[in-house]
Design a protein around this ligand. Structure first.
Ligand SMILES: C[S@@+](CC[C@H](N)C(=O)[O-])C[C@H]1O[C@@H](n2cnc3c(N)ncnc32)[C@H](O)[C@@H]1O
Ligand code: SF4
Ligand code: SF4
Length: 331
C-alpha cells in the first residue's frame, strides 16, 4: 500500500500525541447507515433498515470539531448505500485537522467512477471485506456474484497505481483454512491485506469462533506460513505483534484491557456516541466524558480483537513505533 509521506505522518503523529494526552479518541468510526446490501453470517446487520434519522452530511462537521480524531473510518452497515457518501467524506476532510480517512465497505456497489469520486473527495484508504478467495464469499455474505465483481474490479483499480486498497479479512472457523490463500489473492490482485478476528459479541453465535484445538493449530500453521513470506512491502498490513495477539485472543477466548470509548469510539447513523460497534450504550456528543467514566473506566469486556482495537490497545510508544510504521507506513 502507498506509503504515507513523512510530513503527513509527522502531522498525524503530532495530533495523535495531543489526542492521547487530552484523552480524545485517536480513531472515530462513523457508521453512516445501518442498512446493508448483504446478510453476512457473522454480522448483526443485513438488509434494509430505517434510514430516516441518519445524520445529513453537514452534521458531521460538529462531530469532527468536538472529537478531532486523527483517523476516521466511514463504515456501516454498507456506507456505499448512501448516495451522499462523497459529501460526507468532503465534510470530514474539510475539517481543519484533515484526518486520515478509511472507507470500510463490502464493495458490492463500488464502480470505477465511485472509487475515483471518493478518492477525489478525500478517502486515503479503501478497506474491502473479503472472507474467501473464491465464490464461497458470496455464500458467506449472501450476495450472489459479489466475488466475481470484486475479482474483476479490484485488480483493475489496483492497476491505476494509487496503492490505496486493503482487503479486510475477518478470521472465522469457516475460513481459517483459507487465510494463506486470501493473502495470495491479495498479492495476485496487487493490493494489501489486513486480518481481523471474529467476535461472537455481534450475534451471540459462537460457531464461527475458533473453538477446537485443530482450528487453533490451523490458524497458527497458516499464520506462520504467511509470516515467513513477509517482505519489505506492506502486503500484510498487521504488525507481527498484532498477529501474535490475534493468536492469543483465539487461544484464550478473549483479550482484556479494551480502551473502547477512550482511544476509539463509534458515531451511530443517527448521531449517538457508542463505545464500540458491539456495545450499545448510547451517549449524546456532549457526554463523552460521562461515557469514559461510566463505560471505559469499568469496562471488563474482552469479547473482540477487531482491527480498531488491535491498533489502539498498545502503549503509546508501541503505537507510534508500529502503527505509524505498519498501519500508516511511513516512507
Ligand atoms: C460491520 S462491517 C461494515 C462495513 C461493510 N459493510 C463491510 O462489510 O466491510 C465492517 C467489518 O466488520 C466485520 N465483521 C462483521 N461481523 C463481525 C464479527 N462478528 N466479528 C468481527 N468482525 C466482524 C466485517 O467482516 C467487516 O470487515
Ligand atoms: S459485515 Fe458488512 S456487509 Fe456484512 S452484513 Fe455486516 S455490515 Fe453488511
Ligand atoms: S472488547 Fe472492547 S471493542 Fe470489543 S466488543 Fe468489547 S468493549 Fe467493544
Amino acid at each position: 500500500m502507498r506509503k504515507v509521506p513523512l510530513t503527513d505522518s509527522l502531522r498525524i503523529i503530532g495530533r495523535g500525541s495531543l489526542n492521547w494526552l487530552a484523552q480524545r479518541p485517536i480513531v472515530v468510526s462513523f457508521e453512516v447507515t445501518d442498512a446493508c446490501t448483504c446478510w453476512c453470517k457473522h454480522c448483526d446487520h443485513g438488509g434494509p433498515r430505517d434510514e430516516s434519522r441518519n445524520l445529513r452530511p453537514p452534521e458531521y462537521a460538529r462531530y469532527m470539531e468536538a472529537l478531532r480524531p486523527c483517523v476516521v473510518q466511514i463504515s456501516g452497515g454498507e456506507p456505499l448505500m448512501r448516495d451522499d457518501v462523497a459529501e460526507i467524506v468532503r465534510t470530514i476532510k474539510g475539517s481543519p485537522r484533515r484526518p486520515y480517512t478509511i472507507l470500510v465497505s463490502n464493495w458490492s456497489l463500488m464502480t470505477e467512477e465511485k472509487y475515483l469520486e471518493l478518492r477525489a473527495a478525500g478517502i486515503d484508504q479503501f478497506s474491502v471485506s473479503l472472507d474467501f478467495p473464491d465464490a464461497r464469499h458470496d455464500d458467506f455474505r449472501v450476495y450472489p456474484g459479489l466475488y466475481s465483481h470484486l475479482s474483476d474490479l479490484i485488480p483493475r483499480l489496483a492497476r491505476l497505481g494509487h496503492d490505496d486498497i486493503v482487503l479486510n479479512s475477518c478470521i472465522t472457523s469457516e475460513n481459517v483454512g483459507e487465510i494463506d490463500r486470501i493473502a495470495d489473492k491479495a498479492r495476485e490482485w496487487g493490493v494489501n491485506l489486513c486480518y481481523s478476528a471474529y467476535s461472537a459479541r455481534r450475534t451471540g453465535c459462537r460457531d464461527y469462533f475458533l473453538n477446537t484445538p485443530a482450528q487453533l493449530d490451523e490458524l497458527n500453521d497458516l499464520l506462520d506460513k504467511v509470516e515467513a513470506r513477509r517482505d519489505a512491502t506492506n502486503w500484510i498490513v498487521n504488525a507481527p505483534t498484532t498477529l501474535e495477539a490475534t493468536r492469543r485472543y483465539f487461544a484464550n477466548g478473549g483479550t482484556p484491557g479494551c480502551k473502547a470509548g477512550l482511544r476509539f469510539l463509534v458515531v451511530t447513523a443517527d448521531g449517538a456516541l457508542q463505545p464500540c460497534s458491539m456495545q450499545f450504550q448510547r451517549y449524546p456528543l456532549e457526554d463523552r466524558d460521562r461515557m469514559i467514566r461510566e463505560f471505559t473506566r469499568t469496562n471488563e469486556c474482552d469479547q473482540c480483537y477487531v482491527s480498531i482495537r488491535s491498533y489502539l490497545d498498545k502503549s503509546f510508544p508501541q503505537l507510534l513505533r508500529e502503527n505509524v510504521r505498519e498501519f500508516l507506513s511511513v516512507k
